[in-house]
Design a binder for this molecule. Sequence first.
Ligand SMILES: N[C@@H](CCC(=O)N[C@@H](CS)C(=O)NCC(=O)O)C(=O)O
Length: 215
Amino acid sequence: MTILHSSLGPNPRLVRMFMVEKGLEEGKDFTRVHYDIITGQNRQDAGYMAKNPQGTTPTLELDDGTCLTESWPICEFIEELHPAHNMFGETPLERAEVRKWVRLFDQEVVVPMTMGFRAGAGRPMFEPRMSVVSVEAGAELTAMADAKWRMFDEILGGSNHIALGRFTFADLIIFAFANFGFTVGWKIPEGANNLVRFVDTHNQRPCAAIWQQAE
Ligand SMILES: N[C@@H](CCC(=O)N[C@@H](CS)C(=O)NCC(=O)O)C(=O)O
């Protein structure tokens, strides 16, 4: 059976949320192996490092032992195997639209937000295992990410969908990283009320329950 190598944190949870959206069930369609990333278990396990030389989670291990890494491409792979309840677009144009927003969000929010977290509250955990920018640079990155969160708030306007007028992977990644933020003390920037409504609305989705679960 397919194995999802997983842990705390937004990236494995993004994949797990995607699987819920796809109707895939743990224990039936895939098994999950959990790593304690707080203690660095993922990076101390030579077997895991062979599966994913980056040492990060998630990794999707297929029946033949092939290991796929990086959350977004893992989700696209799953979408191709399970096209029902389309999340990436039905046509080339739709897919380009969804990927455009995912790429923008990934670069403009995910990268500075996570780098900012690693340099600030996450420093004790991350500093021993990877390069981390200074506390000051981390605060600047967090502010840059927040400016882009505001941009996404404006783009959303009165809609709860960033693309295609329906729930897509672009919404899922935004929703997942807002939830990640909440777990580490981040708050939606003041006045970004479209984002507040977006999160409240999508909190009703079954996939949101992943954020309430202990690992
Ligand atoms: N770009 C990767 C990021 C993976 C990543 O940073 N995963 C985090 C968990 S959210 C992790 O493994 N952190 C612990 C570590 O790096 O040791 C992806 O999209 O999957």
